[in-house]
Ligand binder design. Sequence first.
Ligand code: NI
Ligand code: MN
Length: 218
Amino acid sequence: MKITWWGHAAIQIEGSKIVIIDPFLTGNPVAAISPDKINQADLVAVTHDHGDHLGDAFTICQQTGATLVAIHEIAVMAEEKGIKAEGMNIGGSIEVEGVVVHMVNALHSCDKGHPAGVVIEMDGRKLYHAGDTALTYDMKLIGEFFQPDLSFLPIGDRYTMGIPSAVKAVEFTQTKRVIPIHYGTFPLVEADPHEFQRRVGNLAEVIILKQGESYILE
Ligand code: NI
Ligand code: MN
């Protein structure tokens, strides 16, 4: 399974299907790809409707034919644009083309619906994308239910968890590996991923990517 960080919270997961999460590319100063270069995707998941997450999701769905998966209110917006969408809500799970998406809680704000995180199950692997969130005690439930093979956790502080909270989130979720996201995009979300790595210690493997870099999950 190949995991690529396009920058900010944008993640691409390539296994038997191609799943893209929070593709904020246009207007993202560190985006490693432009949306017109993404010509293959099966599923695009969006955690909430802030511009740095919804981003180019609709455009990518239109040009690839991918199904948009998001909270009900965002899915309705997509359907109004003629996009194939599957709406869901926190606590629910759906299967789209053999990929299972579990929607989990996120503590944040948004305009439509409610912010969320997603656990993606594909090819026997579980990957947790936290979206934008504070540290919550609910993350212990992710640990109890899923024990993710790999998690994408924000560390940029100010709008999301900072490093101390994200380290606690690693512990709560019992994730085996973690890729820090939502930092290094704008001056307001600067963070040192190496400090995060040091503080996580041997709780989990911390994989630090540069924007555009990939990690192979064996
Ligand atoms: Ni947000
Ligand atoms: Mn954000």
